[in-house]
Design a protein around this ligand. Structure first.
Ligand code: DQA
Length: 147
């Protein structure tokens, strides 16, 4: 069974309450349960993790090395700033998909830059919680082409 770590970065603990017109009304709790349930149906072992701290996210990526087959990560604002998270993901050697609820390319200039996109398997942005669902479905279908 493939093991998938779904990671949520800063402020995503407030999902559902935070700027719902941009990020939607589904809470992080509900999103995580949805992903776990879908994972079960797709034959994936899904583990979810959220932190507001860059350091803790880096530690969690390190801990994923050799333990997970795939990471799905919404790095929140760290997308646009974090070289540490980029380096951690490269060091962990776990293929990852960068996801965003909002379409970061249709927003402020500062959100168009990502420190992670060029080393990600791919990027899914703008589909609300479906961005995560599409990523999970890709992981379930991906066979030997995950790198
Ligand atoms: C986000 C987009 C980021 O620019 C923002 O800082 C977030 C959420 C998204 O899911 O749309 O926190 O990653």
């Amino acid at each position: 069974m493939k093991r998938v770590l779904v990671m949520h970065g800063p402020n995503l603990n407030l999902l559902g309450k935070r700027e719902p017109e941009i990020y939607g009304r589904t809470t992080l709790y509900r999103l995580n349960r949805m992903l776990e349930e879908l994972g079960e149906k797709l034959g994936l072992d899904v583990v979810t993790y959220q932190s507001n701290s860059e350091g803790e996210l880096v530690e969690a990526v390190h801990a994923a090395r050799g333990r997970f087959d795939f990471i799905i990560i919404n790095p929140g604002a760290l997308t646009h700033t974090s070289i540490a998270l980029r380096d951690a993901l490269l060091a962990a050697e776990v293929p990852f998909i960068e996801v965003h609820l909002s379409n970061v390319f249709a927003r402020e200039e500062m959100r168009k830059r990502s420190t992670l996109s060029d080393v990600a398997k791919g990027v899914i942005s703008g589909f609300g919680v479906h961005s995560y669902i599409m990523a999970l479905r890709f992981v379930a279908g991906a066979d030997g082409e995950t790198k």
